[in-house]
Design a protein around this ligand. Structure first.
Ligand code: BGC
Length: 471
């Protein structure tokens, strides 16, 4: 994901696969807002998300029937094939096929990895462990940007290096998927109780895991009775986690994060770092992204999910509206900002990325992975993943045209969404900090002033009997 933005800006790549775009780039004297507005180029970027969207449903089936571990293995195999094919591509169909293979990898990986993490983590550290997923996304983006910068100076095949080096993290994932254990919940779900128990003892490092194991077993009993998880997902009692899971992902994309990440180099150029603008902008935003994710790892199980999200809404709203206002007033005629203002925009972009990185970035993945009862966990999470991919696709496909037409108003557009998501968290998002993953129905949904009304047809059996109230 991180590599694509940089590669589509490389002339050698455009000449080989999108000569029309290259010609247009040479001829047209477009302004900052309309530079890259091209549907085909956008399709190259977004084909990955479409493939991920569709494949997350297949991944959900595989996750339930065969386990989390083999699903991660399959993801890595697709990543490997996709990155190697894209590095070797000679024709446009090859590069698109490679994007589709990578997309399938994203679909399988994004389905299985957050679930895996939430299921192996001890309850009091579940948030932190799950956020390792987002931490490595941000590290991946940072490295991808650095690689792109170096590769853009190698002609005419630098883009092959960028795309090909994605096989390194793919290889790590491949090896990792072979050495990791299967989660206890997935083992018990597939009738391997004794392995489930010994795995639980192993990952907790203690012999006395009876209470937690009992919880998992009861959740699995309910899961086994469910013949068609997608049908069960449509029941009234499944609506609370489904609505929350899907909306968390939709809102994550409507923060405008991917728009900001893309636009950062153009903004930063105006500060005066002419030649190294793209390197600096990606390194600055990339580092802010990585380090602020660490804040989330530290805070999520201490201050809780709601506080992080609400604080971030305020910070994101202020930075988006301020950036919009500055660009609206000052970027009108001249197409450039004076240095002081441009510096301010850089600070605002960092403030935005920072607040995203400790809130909607990681929690968009964490919350849907921890709120579904086991019988609909993989199917529910697949809906969440595919919603993320759909809206990432929509933003990737529409953003450049939107920016071209809406200009600075695009920042107000995202700011308005931030208000909506703040209200959503305030009134509809329950706190899930310190609640065991297999006790969410009793402890969270049945207690919530709004969502408890949906729970009357719930007939699952959560293992809440042997474990004391934690919240
Ligand atoms: C989002 C991506 C985004 C990234 C930025 C992820 O959680 O799903 O769309 O690019 O965070 O760090």
């Amino acid at each position: 994901m991180g590599v694509a933005g940089g590669v589509t800006a490389m002339d050698d790549f455009l000449i080989k696969f999108f000569p029309a775009v290259y010609q247009r780039k040479l001829r047209a004297k477009e302004d900052n807002y309309c530079k890259y507005d091209n549907q085909y180029l956008q399709l190259f970027t977004s084909s990955l998300y479409l493939a991920a969207l569709v494949s997350s449903f297949a991944a959900s089936k595989m996750c339930s029937k065969l386990g989390r571990k083999p699903t991660i293995f399959v993801a890595s195999a697709f990543f490997l094939c996709g990155s190697l094919l894209s590095a070797a591509a000679q024709r446009i169909w090859m590069i698109i096929l490679a994007r589709v293979l990578l997309g399938v990898g994203v679909g399988f990986g994004n389905e299985a990895v957050p679930l895996f993490l939430s299921e192996i983590a001890p309850v009091q550290h579940r948030g932190a462990v799950n956020i390792l997923f987002q931490l490595f996304i941000t590290i991946g983006i940072l490295f991808a940007n650095l690689v792109n910068y170096g590769a853009s100076k190698i002609h005419p095949w630098g883009w092959r290096l960028s795309l090909g080096l994605a096989s390194l993290p793919a290889a790590f994932l491949f090896v990792g998927s072979v050495v990791i254990i299967e989660t206890p919940a997935s083992l018990v779900e597939r009738n391997q109780e004794s392995q489930g128990l010994s795995t639980l003892k192993k990952i907790r490092g203690v012999e006395d895991v009876d209470a937690e194991f009992e919880q998992i077993k009861m959740a699995c009993e309910a899961a086994r009775e469910v013949k068609d998880p997608f049908k069960t997902l449509m029941k009234r009692s499944s609506m609370p986690p489904l609505i929350i899971g899907v909306m968390m992902q939709v809102f994550q994309q409507f923060t405008g994060i991917n728009a900001i990440m893309f636009y950062a180099p153009v903004l930063f150029q105006t500060v005066g770092f002419k030649n190294d603008a793209s390197l600096l902008s990606s390194v600055i935003t990339g580092l802010v992204n990585v380090f602020s994710t660490l804040v989330s790892i530290y805070g999520v199980d201490r201050v809780g999910r709601r506080k992080l999200l609400l604080q971030a809404c305020v910070q994101m709203f202020i930075s988006q509206t301020a950036i919009g206002a500055i660009l609206l007033v000052h970027l009108k005629g001249s197409n450039s900002l004076d240095e002081g203002l441009a510096g301010l925009v850089v600070v605002l972009v960092c403030l935005f990325v920072m607040s995203f990185a400790w809130s909607w970035g990681p929690l968009g993945w964490l919350i849907p992975s921890e709120t579904f009862p086991l019988e609909i966990r993989t199917s529910g999470f697949a809906c969440a993943v595919s919603s993320n991919m759909l809206f990432t696709f929509i933003i990737a496909q529409a953003f450049l045209s939107m920016m071209c037409h809406m200009r600075a108003f695009i920042f107000f557009f995202f700011a308005a969404w931030i208000v909506v998501m703040g209200l959503f968290v305030l009134f509809l998002l329950p706190e899930t900090k310190n609640v065991p993953i297999d006790a969410m129905v009793e402890r969270v949904w049945k207690q919530h002033p709004v969502w408890k009304r949906f729970m009357d047809d719930y007939d699952g059996k959560e293992g809440v009997k042997n474990v004391g109230m934690i919240i």
